[in-house]
Ligand binder design. Structure first.
Ligand SMILES: C[S@@+](CC[C@H](N)C(=O)[O-])C[C@H]1O[C@@H](n2cnc3c(N)ncnc32)[C@H](O)[C@@H]1O
Length: 260
């Protein structure tokens, strides 16, 4: 029997691990959403691995997953529309350092189909140390368990027909902004931006604040607890919360900022 990764249909894990993923904060984030029925569109602006999106069967009538990272967006699209083919492509590989190096090198070449590219991106992340995509993980990760799970994720993306976008946050927020929209924003933490493939600068943090301060809808924003961020969002509701730190095992302070 393949191992099941979740036991409740409304508690789906993300198929991938990424730096800054909200696995340990997703419950706290969802508990702070506006009351059910007060929003009819849910937009995950910095989708990443989608931990908050997958935490519920459905957040709203319209759901949007977005990220500026094209590899990630291609992977999510292939899971949604081609999970079976993607599994077959991934299952042709196994967990070995040479395979990790090969898939990493092939990602830098042209001419791969979307499914072959998504498979290599998935493998590079799965086989790397701490999912950093940079160094071989030297662990016993079982790829067939991971691919079995893609079908569950496909079902989630299909059942409520999640719209998958590939936009910069500013344009995305402008396009989807309505009085009954909820924007869930989890940008790169201030001062850890270098860990992502897409550049995020100090000016982008300011641009995000300037975009969010004028919206018609509601936003919930998560950040690391940082003076610059506290200052930037002075005047909004700021809650300090704590979660376990995946790396050190200690506690890590985060901010949840809302305009409601
Ligand atoms: C902290 S991660 C999001 C983690 C996600 N909430 C999760 O649970 O996995 C931040 C994400 O923002 C994306 N990103 C960076 N710059 C962006 C931009 N200008 N517009 C949209 N997304 C961006 C990165 O590619 C990264 O996936």
């Amino acid at each position: 029997m393949p191992r099941r990764y979740f036991i409740r249909s409304d508690l789906l894990n993300s198929p991938i691990t990424r730096m800054g993923g909200k696995k340990l904060l997703r419950k706290t984030i969802c508990e702070r959403f506006p009351e059910n029925g007060t929003f009819d569109r849910y937009v995950e602006v910095f989708g990443g691995a989608g931990w908050v999106l997958f935490y519920k069967d459905k957040h709203a009538k319209l759901e949007v997953y977005n990220d500026a990272d094209g590899e990630l967006v291609n992977l999510m699209r292939c899971i949604k529309y081609h999970a079976g083919e993607l599994r077959r492509e991934i299952n042709g590989w196994c967990n070995a350092r040479e395979f990790f190096e090969d898939v990493s090198a092939q990602l830098d070449t042209r001419g791969l189909t979307d499914i072959r590219r998504a498979a290599r991106y998935f493998l590079r992340m799965k086989l790397s140390f701490g999912a950093d995509g940079r160094t071989y993980g030297c662990n016993t990760k079982n790829l067939s368990n991971a691919t079995e799970y893609l079908i569950d994720v496909q079902r989630r993306l299909m059942s409520s027909s999640v719209v998958i976008e590939h936009k910069d946050f500013e344009n995305l927020i402008k396009v989807y902004d309505r009085p009954k929209a909820l924007f869930c924003c989890d940008p790169p933490y201030h001062s850890t931006e270098k860990y992502y493939d897409v550049q995020f600068t100090e000016a982008d943090h300011i641009r995000l604040r300037d975009t969010l301060k004028n919206i018609k809808g509601k936003f919930l924003l998560s950040y690391n607890d940082d003076e610059f961020i506290r200052e930037l969002y002075n005047g909004f509701k700021i809650d300090a919360v704590e979660r376990q730190n995946n790396i050190s095992g200690g506690r890590f302070k985060e901010l949840i900022i809302t305009n409601y």
